[in-house]
Design a protein around this ligand. Structure first.
Ligand code: NAP
Length: 528
C-alpha cells in the first residue's frame, strides 16, 4: 500500500516536471527510496499512455478525422441513392448528390444533403458512389475529365448470375481508366441501408486494385455500422456481384435429398399401411394419409439425414487412411458433402422437431378417439402388458433425449453462438454430441421396432418394417465410427491428421538399402 502511494507521488513528479532519473533519485534520496521506485513510476506513466489506446485492435485503426468534414458524392437519385444518402448523413458524412435533373429530385433527399448537377457534385468530392445501373455507365463518359483521379464505388447488381462477361466494376474501370474503382455495398439493399445495419446482413464485401481506396471505403462502411470484408483485387468483383443473386446455394442438395428421402419413405409407408390393408383385408385406412403417414415418415428422414452428417467424416477418414496423408485432396463430391453437413443437420433437426409435434397431436385426432373408444368397449379384461409399457417408456425417453440433443446442435450451429465457442468446444458439441445424438436416435428406433424385425406378420408384401430400412445408414456409420475408434486405427489416423505422411517416409529409404527397409511399414516409421 505504502509502496503504491510512493509510486503515485513519483508518478506525479514525473508528469509535472520533465521526468528524469536524476530528479527522481534526488527525491528518492529525500524519502529513502532507491532507484527501483523510479522504474515503478516510469511503468505507471507508460501504463497511462497505454490506456488511451483501444482495448482491442491496433492504434492504426483509430481514426482521428472529423467526419463532418468528409464529403461523399452519389451519382443517381434512385432508391439506393436515397437510402445511402440518409445513412451517410446519419453517420456524420457530408453528402453531395449528382443528378441529371437536380431541381426535380432535390425534394427526395434529406435537407442535410445537397443535390446538384453530376459535374458539380463530382468536382467537390473524392469518393463517389455510382448508384446507377450498369447499362447507364456509358452516359457518364462526358464527365470523364472531372472524374479523373477520383474513387468510384460501384454498387451495381445484375439480374442474372454471370450476366456479363466482365464484372460491372471492371467494366466501369475500363470506361474510366483514370479513376480508382472499388466494388462494394451491392450486397446491402436499399431497405437495409434505410432501416439500419441491425436488421439484415451486416457484411459489406469490398474489392479494388488499390489498397488505399479499399481502406477508405472499408472505413466508411465501418462508420455506417457495417462490417467490411476485404476480398482483394477487382477481379473478385464478379463473385461479389453474384452473391446477392444466389438462392441458398448450400441448401439446394440437402433440401432435394430430404425431399427425395421423404418421398421414398412416404410411398413405402403408404404401400405398407394403406395399400396392404386395403388389398388384403379390404380395410379403408386412407384417412392416415395426412397425419399418420407423415408422422412415421418424418423420423425416418430425420434419422437418415443425421447419419448423412457423419458419413462424410467417416469416408474422409477412410480416404486419409488409404492415402496415408491428409494433404491429398478429397474427391470433389466429398468436399461438397463435407461443406453441407450443417444444412443436413439442420434439416434433420427440422424433421425431428416436426415428428415430435405430430406425435403430440396424434391423440387430438377424431380417428384416435374412435380407436380408443372401440378398444374400451371391446376390452373387458386387464390390458396392461408389462413389456409394452416398458418399451413405450424407454422409446419415448430416447425420443425426447434425441430431440433435446439435436436442438442443442442446431442452436450451436447459429453463427452468433458458434462464434462464441472456441474450436475445441465447437468440435466437442458438433462431433461428440452429434454422435451421441445419432446413438440415441438409433436406440429410439430400435426400441420402437423392438422385435418387429423378426415378426413375419410385419412383412407386408414382403416389405420389411420401415424402421429396419431407416436403420441401415445410421448403423453403417456407427459401426465405421467404432472401427475408426479402435486403438491401432485411431493412432494411425491421429498421426496422419497431425501431418504424418506414409509416402514421405519412403524418401528416407536409401536406394542402395532398399531391401533392408522393404518391410518397414509406413505405420511403424515416424518422421525424423
Ligand atoms: P433506380 O431507382 O432506378 O435509380 C437509378 C438512378 O440512376 C436514377 O434515379 C437516375 O438518377 C440515375 N441515372 C443516371 N444516369 C441514368 C440514365 N442514363 N438513365 C437512367 N437513370 C440514370 O435504381 P436503384 O434501385 O437506386 O439502383 C441503383 C444502383 O444500385 C443499381 O446499379 C443497382 O443494381 C444498385 N443496387 C440497388 C439496390 C436496391 O436495393 N435498390 C441494392 C444494391 C445495389 P438521375 O435521374 O437523378 O440522374
Amino acid at each position: 500500500m505504502g509502496l503504491n502511494i510512493l509510486a503515485v507521488v513519483l508518478q506525479d513528479l514525473c508528469t509535472r516536471d520533465s521526468c528524469s532519473p536524476s530528479k527522481v533519485s534526488q527525491h528518492s534520496y529525500d524519502t529513502g527510496i532507491n532507484l527501483t521506485m523510479w522504474k515503478i513510476a516510469q511503468l505507471q506513466r507508460m501504463a497511462r499512455k497505454e490506456m488511451v489506446k483501444p482495448l482491442l485492435g491496433n492504434e492504426s485503426e483509430i481514426h482521428h478525422y472529423d467526419l463532418q468534414k468528409i464529403a461523399v458524392g452519389i451519382l443517381g437519385t434512385g432508391d439506393f441513392a436515397r437510402s445511402l444518402a440518409a445513412r451517410l448523413v446519419c453517420s456524420g458524412y457530408g453528402v453531395i448528390i449528382g443528378s441529371r435533373h437536380p431541381k426535380r429530385t432535390a425534394a427526395l433527399f434529406p435537407t442535410a444533403t445537397e443535390v446538384t448537377t453530376q459535374r458539380e457534385a463530382i468536382g467537390r468530392v473524392n469518393v463517389i458512389f455510382v448508384a446507377v445501373y450498369h447499362e447507364h455507365y456509358s452516359t457518364l463518359s462526358e464527365l470523364r475529365d472531372v472524374l479523373t483521379g477520383k474513387i468510384l464505388v460501384d454498387v451495381s447488381n445484375n439480374m442474372q448470375i454471370n450476366e456479363h462477361e466482365e464484372s460491372n466494376a471492371e467494366h466501369l474501370a475500363s470506361l474510366f481508366p483514370a479513376c480508382t474503382v472499388v466494388k462494394g455495398f451491392n450486397v446491402i439493399s436499399a431497405w437495409v441501408l434505410q432501416s439500419g445495419a441491425k436488421d439484415g446482413n451486416k457484411q459489406v464485401m469490398i474489392c479494388s486494385d488499390s489498397q488505399e481506396a479499399r481502406c477508405i471505403v472499408a472505413d466508411m462502411a465501418r462508420n455506417m455500422g457495417f462490417i467490411p470484408v476485404d476480398v482483394g483485387s477487382l477481379s473478385s468483383a464478379k463473385e461479389i456481384e453474384n452473391l446477392p443473386l444466389r438462392l441458398f446455394p448450400l441448401w439446394k442438395i440437402p433440401v432435394l435429398l430430404a425431399l427425395g428421402l421423404f418421398l421414398f419413405f412416404y410411398i413405402y409407408n403408404f404401400i405398407r399401411k394403406v395399400i396392404h390393408p386395403y388389398v388384403i383385408k379390404g380395410q379403408n385406412t386412407f384417412y392416415k394419409i395426412p397425419i399418420d403417414l407423415v408422422n412415421v415418415t418424418l423420423p425416418c428422414v430425420a434419422f437418415v439425414m443425421l447419419s448423412l452428417v457423419y458419413l462424410p467424416g467417416v469416408l474422409a477418414a477412410i480416404f486419409q487412411l488409404r492415402n496415408g496423408t491428409k494433404y491429398r485432396r478429397f474427391p470433389h463430391w466429398l468436399d461438397q458433402w463435407l461443406q453441407q453437413r450443417k444444412q443436413l443437420g439442420l434439416l434433420s433437426f427440422f424433421c425431428g422437431a416436426l415428428h415430435a409435434v405430430y406425435s403430440l397431436c396424434l391423440p387430438m385426432r377424431r380417428s384416435a378417439r374412435y380407436q380408443l373408444l372401440n378398444e374400451a368397449f371391446k376390452q373387458v379384461e386387464d390390458v396392461w402388458v408389462e413389456e409394452e409399457v416398458w418399451r413405450k417408456e424407454i422409446y419415448l425417453f430416447f425420443g425426447i433425449l434425441a430431440i433435446g440433443v439435436l436442438s442443442l446442435l442446431a442452436v450451436t450451429s447459429l453463427p452468433s453462438v458458434a462464434d462464441s465457442l472456441n474450436w475445441r468446444e465447437f468440435n466437442f458439441i458438433q462431433s461428440r454430441l452429434g454422435c451421441t445424438a445419432l446413438v440415441i436416435s438409433t436406440l429410439h428406433a430400435l426400441t420402437f421396432g423392438w422385435c418387429k424385425a423378426f415378426d413375419s406378420a410385419q412383412y407386408k408384401f414382403y416389405l420389411p418394417p420401415t424402421f429396419t430400412i431407416a436403420l441401415v445408414v445410421p448403423c453403417v456409420v456407427l459401426l465405421a465410427k467404432v472401427y475408426l475408434f479402435l486403438p491401432f486405427v485411431n493412432r494411425k489416423l491421429t498421426r496422419i491428421r497431425r501431418g504424418w505422411e506414409a509416402s514421405r517416409q519412403m524418401k528416407f529409404h536409401e536406394t542402395g538399402h532398399a531391401n533392408q527397409f522393404s518391410d518397414f511399414s509406413a505405420e511403424n516409421t515416424s518422421i525424423v
